[in-house]
Design a protein around this ligand. Structure first.
Ligand code: SF4
Length: 495
């Protein structure tokens, strides 16, 4: 053994045991949280956020278009982490291009990155649509994106000719992540695409526009099923059901694009539709309102159709806007849901549940758990909206007589304060929310029903539906089976 190397480094290197470090607490006393710093509103940092960054919502939207690729005007990390998130949720390959910002772009701006980047993307992948998604850095630098895109189009025309260059739609979506979450990113994507592509020809198409928001392929299929049963052909703006849940076939040509997704012609035709429904109001309303202003297409806001009352509201609004009858098959679906609710009421009645996630999903789920006779003891959204509290309070007011405890509402909260609150709730039965609630559920000793964005720690959830009568029935089965299968402490069963 040489004098330089310590004696204990053997030829095999360090063993696992050598590397184990004994953890010593900083203090032997338990230090309770500073109560003033528990509410998110009192802190300047978010701890364990229940939201993610704005470009993710815009990228999600662009990936619901036919032959489309999002182009992220920012650093590689802003792209890689979104692709990683999508791969975990959808288990599908998804192409996202990046301007690949380095120090020079941060100092001199990202003009060269976007001009060269769009050129390379086009000549290699030949997309029909490119959604240019900005990021924190490009917005802070103050990139003049409209002029950059004009310069990129000029370069493309010179290289591939006017006809081919003009056949590619390049749409800018401004997503400075410091002013909103993924929900607002999706909302802005709807606004940008409708604003730059939709047209009114004066010939009504009789179709109905659906802006689904950040719901899963299974949910979109359920919405389409209801509309088709009513004899209505929908245009789904950002239809991820066939792009992020595409069948596996050998590619007929390269570069590969899945067959599905909303086409440019369909977006153009949205201006001639009868009405636009934003299934998730906060992720779609901007597009629906703009279409109403621009083309006179009636806008009908959510609520997200989860449970009986909200699905009734959706189906009735569609029937009234289009003059169509609600068919027997849809009425029967409703009857089956109500039947299941009656069959399972003794499992759900007087149960305590905590709900968290994106605002519209939480509003839909809260109404549904109230319909099941449960008390939503804590309701939290990580993306605050002006209307969230009013919407939740209106639902709570309606069901207050059956509650076993006063509910607590968190608008723009985080999972830290949510967990701290739940630790004080006695005999909690369930938490309903996305995958980031796993540890909280484990800490509280209750099961987590996965619903909403993101779900990355289970297979197949992107194919499941929680909307419509049929989706709600499946969600109810999961709630009841989870309650039946969970080992609650004896004291909890005595309530
Ligand atoms: S928050 Fe900003 S810097 Fe971070 S990944 Fe999102 S866009 Fe990029």
């Amino acid at each position: 053994m040489s004098d330089i190397l310590p004696e204990r480094i053997s030829i095999e290197g360090y063993t696992h045991k050598d590397m184990t470090v004994e953890k010593v607490p900083a203090s032997c006393e338990f230090r309770p949280r500073d109560p003033h710093l528990v509410p998110a509103a009192n802190r300047s940092v978010v701890v364990n956020p229940s939201r993610t960054c704005m470009p993710l919502g815009a990228i999600w939207a662009v990936m619901g278009l036919n032959r489309a690729i999002p182009f992220v005007q920012g650093a590689q990390g802003c792209t890689t982490y979104v692709r990683y998130t999508f791969a975990r949720i959808f288990r599908e390959p998804g192409s996202v291009a990046t301007a690949s910002f380095h120090e020079d772009a941060a100092v001199f701006g990202g003009r060269r990155n976007v001009v060269d980047g769009l050129r390379n993307l086009v000549v290699r992948y030949w997309p029909s649509v490119i959604g240019v998604v900005t990021t924190c850095s490009s917005e802070i630098i103050g990139d003049d994106m409209e002029n950059f895109i004009k310069a990129a189009k000029k370069k493309l025309r010179e290289e591939i000719g006017d006809e081919r260059a003009d056949g590619i739609e390049i749409v800018l979506i401004n997503t400075p992540s410091f002013v909103g979450s993924q929900v607002e990113g999706y909302n802005r994507a709807a606004q940008s695409f409708v604003g730059s592509i939709s047209r009114k020809t004066g010939k009504p198409s009789g179709k109905v526009n659906i802006i689904p928001g950040m719901i899963y392929p299974g949910d979109i299929r359920e919405i389409k099923y209801i509309l088709r049963e009513m004899g209505i052909e929908p245009t789904v703006l950002f239809d991820i059901s066939d792009t992020l849940d595409a069948p596996l076939h050998p590619p007929k040509s390269l570069p590969y694009y899945p067959a599905g997704g909303t086409t440019i012609e369909e977006i153009r035709g949205m201006g001639d539709a009868t009405a636009t429904f934003a299934i998730q109001t906060s992720a779609g309303e901007a597009g629906a309102r703009l279409l109403e202003k621009k083309c006179g297409v009636q806008y009908l806001p959510g609520p997200m159709p989860v449970g009986v009352a909200h699905t009734d509201a959706f189906v009735t609004a569609v029937a009234q806007a289009t003059g169509r009858e609600i068919p027997r098959s849809v009425i029967d679906d409703r009857g089956r849901l109500v039947d299941t609710m009656a069959d399972t009421l003794h499992y759900t009645m007087m149960g305590k549940v905590a709900v968290f996630g994106d605002p519209d999903t939480v509003i839909g789920l809260t109404r549904f758990v109230c319909e099941l006779g449960m008390t939503p003891v804590a309701v939290m959204t990580g993306t605050g909206t002006k209307t969230f509290e009013d919407n939740i309070n209106a639902i709570l007011e309606e069901y207050r007589d059956i509650f076993v405890e006063e509910p607590k509402v968190f608008n723009n909260g985080d999972l830290f304060e949510f967990e701290e609150y739940l630790r004080g709730v006695k005999k909690l039965n369930l938490i309903i929310g996305h995958s980031k609630g796993v540890d909280i559920a484990a800490e509280c000793g209750v099961p987590l029903i996965r619903a909403g964005f993101p779900i990355y720690d289970r297979f197949g959830y992107q194919k499941k539906s929680i909307v419509g009568y049929r989706g709600s029935e499946l969600l109810l089965y999961e709630i009841v089976n989870t309650i039946m299968g969970h080992h609650y402490p004896a004291a909890q069963l005595e309530q």
